[in-house]
Design a protein around this ligand. Structure first.
Ligand code: GLP
Length: 262
């Protein structure tokens, strides 16, 4: 685990995330980004758009791969992750839509689409920076508890708790698709760098299990403990159950990354 960065509040955590994304694009204009959906990401994309609008950064060379898509939803469905990404980010920046990838949700052959998606990532040279949220049950992407830590992009069934957590977007539990195509844990672990963002007390237990618990399929995010290039951006609430919280705050006061120099 590279760095656990605890910020004073959600606004500071979000702003730090937006800044990192912008810096990644400035440093490498043809960066390959791994993107995520979920409520946590909504203010992150708003922050990034604001930075881009005031700084004039071009996304014309950027390529992006989203973590997942609901099976059965066309890219035109309001709650498809394709539409969500268009609405929250892509329509506000100059990235050509042809350079933004999500699994196709309404394909006749989702298993083949998952294999093709994995290939597309490989052909793009792999993901430089993967943005991640975390589910309250420890899922990343739609890798629900019990997901193989060696998994690649494939079909996953959503758990009842994830369906409930996402039902607000659809109006009822029944309207939430039961399956998704998601990057696997091993696909995510292949990213050169990973940025995990969590805000709010609802994520505190999952964050503690992921960062300090045993590495286990019962908390898929715990696999990140094996990745040497992860930064975890938290607010105080999401950090509240971390046993070594004082230590992390000592190393990174206010979420700042300081480097030791003798
Ligand atoms: C969703 C997504 C994840 C996301 C997670 C948390 O189901 N598939 O990529 O990180 O759940 O979402 P939220 O930020 O809304 O809590």
């Amino acid at each position: 685990m590279a760095a656990i960065l605890i910020h004073a509040d959600a606004a500071a955590a979000i702003s730090a995330t937006g800044l990192r994304l912008l810096n990644a694009i400035k440093t490498k204009p043809d960066v390959v980004l791994g993107l995520a959906t979920g409520r946590t990401m909504e203010p992150v994309y708003a922050d990034l758009i604001e930075r881009v609008q005031s700084g004039g950064q071009s996304f014309s060379g950027v390529r992006s791969f989203n973590l997942d898509e609901y099976i059965g939803l066309s890219g035109k469905h309001q709650q498809s992750y394709r539409q969500t990404m268009n609405r929250l980010l892509f329509s506000h920046i100059d990235i050509p839509l042809a350079q933004t990838y999500l699994p196709i949700g309404d394909t006749d052959d989702p298993a083949q689409e998952a294999l093709d998606y994995e290939k597309r990532i490989e052909l793009a040279g792999g993901i430089d920076l993967q943005l991640l949220g975390i589910g309250s049950n420890g899922h990343i992407g739609f890798n629900e508890p019990s997901a193989s830590l060696g998994s690649r992009t494939r079909i996953k069934r959503l758990t009842a708790s994830t369906i409930k957590a996402n039902s607000g977007f659809f109006g009822s539990n029944d309207a939430v698709p039961s399956h998704a195509i998601t990057m696997g844990i091993a696909t995510i672990m292949d990213a050169r760098k990973i940025l995990l963002v969590a805000t709010g007390e609802g994520k505190a237990e999952a964050v503690a299990k992921a960062l300090e618990g045993p590495v286990s399929t019962s908390c898929p995010a715990s696999a990140l403990q094996y990745h040497p290039g992860v930064s975890v951006i938290l607010d105080q609430e999401a950090a509240v159950e971390l046993k070594l919280r004082d230590y992390y705050e000592e190393i990174h006061p206010n979420g700042r990354e300081l480097y030791f120099r003798s």
